[in-house]
Write a protein that binds this ligand. Structure first.
Ligand code: AMP
Ligand code: MG
Length: 422
C-alpha cells in the first residue's frame, strides 16, 4: 500500500502554532454549494454567489455635478470676464431638448442631464448673475469641470461586484443603482451548536453546588448570528458518550458545521476522541496559544452526510477567542465569502506584559485614542480563561505573536479590533 503524505489535519497530539492551525483549516475547507435568489432589501450580509454585471451605464447620461450654469467650455476667456446669457433652466429628470446659440447658457440642477453641446458647469457660488446675464471671472473654472460622465461610476457589461462579496450597505445601493431588484446569494451556512458538560445548567434552572450556567451557547450563538449563519440550537449535552453520539448524529443530519464547546481538554478527551474517531477524521490539536489550547477540528460523517466539526474549549473566554481565531474565517470560507482580512492595528501598550516565546497569547484589551496621537491599549483585568468580565469589558484582543517575548510598558503591540471581528 502506498504511504500517503501527512494530512494537514494529522497534527495529532503534536502542539501546533496558531498560524499553522489556521492554515490547515483553510486548506481543508471547500465552499458549500446551493444558491438562492433574494430581494435586495433582504440581502444585507449575504454572500454573492455570482458576479453582478452592470446592465446599464451609471450614470446613464452625462450630467451636472453641481447647481450652476451649463455652457460650452470653449466659450471661456482665459484672461477676461466671460459673459453668458441664460436662456432657460434644466431640472434633474427632465432633459432639455433645445439647442443653444454661441454665448448662451442654461441654469442647471445637480443630476440634470447635460444638454447637447455643453460640457462645463460653473457652480452658482463661483459666478455672478443678474437677470439672464451670467459673468464668470477668468481662472475660476476650466472647460469640462463639474460634469459627471456617462458610465464613469459603472460601465455597461463590466462587473459591478464580484462573487464572494459579503454585501454591505453601499453594495446594496450600488446594485439598486443598476435597477437590479434581486441578487443570487449563497444559501446560508447551517451551523448546529451545543454545549457539553455535566456541570452545565440552562438559564432558568436552579444552580446546584458545583454547577455553572451554560454561557458559551449564548456567546457563540450571538457570534454566529453576526455572521448571518442559520443556527440549529441543540442545547446542552451531558458528558456521556451515548448522549454525545446521538446529538452529533442529529447535528450532522441537519448542518454543514457542528460547533461545540467543552469536552476536548485532557480530562475529557479520551471518550470524545474514541467517539469522534468512529464518526470521522477529527484531529485533536494542542494549539500553542493562550487562551484556547485544546481544540478539535475535522470532518464527521453519519447517515450519508458530512459536516465539519469545530470543537472549542469549554472555558468561556477560550471558546470565544478560538471562535475568532479559527471558526469565524472557516465559516466565512465555507459560506463562499472572500472578505478582506481583519485589520491588525498597532497600539502603544500601557502596561508591561510577561510572555515567553513559543505560543501566541491573546489578551483582552481596551483600545482608545492615545494622548500623543495614534492608539493605546490597556489590558482589561485578570486574563484567566474563564473570566468573561474582562472579555466583556474589552473591545480588542492584544495579539502577542508566537515568537514574541515580554512586552515593556509603552512598547507597540498588534491589536485585533473586536468590532471588526464580526
Ligand atoms: P472543559 O473544556 O469541558 O474541560 O471545560 C473547562 C471549563 O469551562 C470548566 O470550568 C467548565 O465548567 C467551563 N465550561 C465548559 N462549558 C461551559 C459553558 N457552556 N458555559 C460556561 N462554562 C463552561
Ligand atoms: Mg467539560
Amino acid at each position: 500500500m502506498t504511504e500517503l503524505g501527512p494530512s494537514p489535519l494529522a497534527a495529532g497530539d503534536r502542539q501546533i502554532s496558531l498560524t499553522d492551525a489556521r492554515a490547515a483549516i483553510a486548506a481543508a475547507l471547500q465552499p458549500i454549494h446551493g444558491r438562492e435568489c433574494v430581494p435586495l432589501m433582504q440581502a444585507l450580509g449575504r454572500v454573492l454567489a455570482e458576479d453582478v454585471l452592470s446592465s446599464i451605464d451609471v450614470p446613464a447620461h452625462d450630467n451636472s455635478a453641481m447647481d450652476g450654469y451649463a455652457f460650452d467650455g470653449a466659450a471661456l476667456h482665459a484672461d477676461a470676464t466671460t459673459t453668458l446669457n441664460s436662456v432657460g433652466t434644466v431640472y434633474a429628470g427632465t432633459p432639455y431638448t433645445g439647442r443653444l446659440a454661441a454665448g448662451e447658457c442654461l441654469r442647471i440642477m445637480t443630476g440634470a442631464v447635460m444638454p447637447e453641446g455643453l460640457d462645463t458647469v460653473v457652480p452658482l457660488e463661483l459666478c455672478r448673475s443678474a437677470g439672464a446675464r451670467v459673468e464668470i471671472e477668468p481662472g475660476v473654472i476650466r472647460p469640462g469641470e463639474n460634469l459627471r460622465r456617462r458610465g464613469e461610476d459603472l460601465a455597461r457589461g463590466k462587473p459591478a461586484l464580484r462573487a464572494g462579496r459579503v454585501l454591505r450597505p453601499a453594495d446594496l445601493g450600488l446594485v439598486a443603482s443598476l435597477g437590479i431588484a434581486e441578487v443570487g446569494v449563497v444559501r446560508r451556512l447551517r451551523v448546529a451548536l451545543f454545549s457539553t458538560g455535566d456541570e452545565l445548567r440552562t438559564l432558568g434552572q436552579a444552580l446546584a453546588p458545583g454547577c455553572v450556567y451554560d454561557s458559551n451557547r449564548y456567546a457563540l450563538m450571538a457570534a454566529l448570528q453576526r455572521l448571518g449563519m442559520d443556527i440549529v440550537d441543540l442545547g446542552l449535552v451531558r458528558d456521556d458518550p451515548a448522549a454525545l453520539q446521538a446529538t452529533l448524529e442529529i447535528a450532522i443530519a441537519q448542518a454543514d458545521v457542528v460547533l461545540t464547546s467543552g469536552g476536548v481538554s485532557a480530562g475529557d478527551a479520551d471518550h470524545t476522541r474514541t467517539l469522534l474517531a468512529r464518526l470521522g477524521e477529527v484531529a485533536f490539536w494542542k494549539v500553542a496559544m493562550r487562551p484556547g489550547r485544546p481544540f478539535a477540528f475535522g470532518p464527521l460523517h453519519a447517515g450519508g452526510r458530512s459536516s465539519w466539526l469545530f470543537a472549542l474549549p469549554g472555558n468561556p473566554v477560550a471558546a470565544l477567542v478560538t471562535f475568532y481565531a479559527f471558526v469565524r474565517d472557516g465559516l466565512l470560507q465555507l459560506a463562499g465569502a472572500s472578505p478582506d482580512p481583519l485589520p491588525v492595528l498597532q497600539a502603544r501598550c500601557v502596561h508591561a506584559i510577561r510572555k515567553r516565546p513559543g505560543r501566541t497569547e491573546l489578551q483582552r484589551g481596551r483600545l482608545s485614542p492615545a494622548p500623543e496621537g495614534g492608539w493605546q491599549v490597556q489590558i482589561t483585568g485578570s486574563q484567566g480563561a474563564g473570566i468573561l468580565r474582562s472579555m466583556s469589558e474589552a473591545n480588542a484582543l492584544v495579539v502577542l505573536q508566537h515568537d514574541q517575548g515580554s512586552v515593556a510598558a509603552g512598547e507597540r503591540v498588534d491589536v485585533w479590533l473586536f468590532d471588526g471581528l464580526v
